[in-house]
Write a protein that binds this ligand. Structure first.
Ligand code: GRF
Length: 205
């Protein structure tokens, strides 16, 4: 990272507990990063309210307000770019970003997924892990590429599956680990920089 604090734009679609963990971490100047804007694909969500309470700029781009998915993607990329981010964090953002966005922020967009990649990609990581019967699942932070939860892995944390878990209890346990993983890894990306060599992500320059 060339700038300190590193500038983060965070995209959310829901409750924003991962965003909140980042906001709390950024309150300490030694963390090395600042959330400069929070965007969403829908309005009236707790994620946006958390940003507003923290006095951070917010924006909403709903897919249905645009002529095409491509137009939405281009507008999202333009708005995110206007905040000059060093890293874009997709934190529970329930849309796939498109080619324009990826081209613009290649190698500096990360996403958090509630499963241990490459297992259980997609929207239902905790439910799919439970249905498969695995005894260990977890969370993955990865650099976004054109696939679904396929990009180079920045960090992972394992989480046990308990016999009496429901999708909800398992997802809540994963989210506790996910927030910690996100805060630790994004902080290191901000303070130390990172390199991507084929699929291998390493902190440091
Ligand atoms: C996280 O588990 C994320 O990985 C998943 O949805 C959840 C979002 O939680 N895609 P929150 O909005 O950060 O509370």
């Amino acid at each position: 990272m060339t700038r300190s604090p590193a500038r983060l734009v965070v995209l959310v679609s829901g409750s924003g507990t991962n965003l909140q963990a980042l906001l709390d971490a950024c309150a300490d100047p030694s963390y090395g990063a600042a959330v400069v804007a929070v965007g969403a694909d829908r309005g009236e969500i707790e994620g946006l309210a958390r940003a507003e309470r923290a006095g951070i700029a917010t924006f909403v781009h709903r897919v249905k307000e645009f002529e095409s998915r491509e137009a939405w993607d281009a507008a999202l990329a333009d708005t995110v770019a206007s905040y000059e981010p060093d890293v874009v964090v997709l934190a529970g953002f329930m849309k796939l970003v498109g080619a324009t966005f990826l081209e613009r922020f290649a190698g500096r967009t990360v996403n958090t997924h509630p499963a241990l990649s490459p297992s259980f990609p997609g929207m239902h990581g905790p439910a799919d892990a439970l249905a498969y019967g695995v005894k260990v699942t977890g969370c993955t932070l990865f650099v976004v590429d054109a696939g679904v939860d396929t990009g180079p892995i920045v960090a992972q944390t394992a989480v046990p599956v308990e016999d009496d878990d429901t999708t909800e209890t398992l997802h809540e346990r994963i989210k506790v680990a996910e927030r910690q993983m996100l805060v630790e890894a994004v902080g290191r990306m901000a303070r130390e920089g990172f390199t991507i060599d084929d699929r291998r992500v390493r902190f440091g320059s």
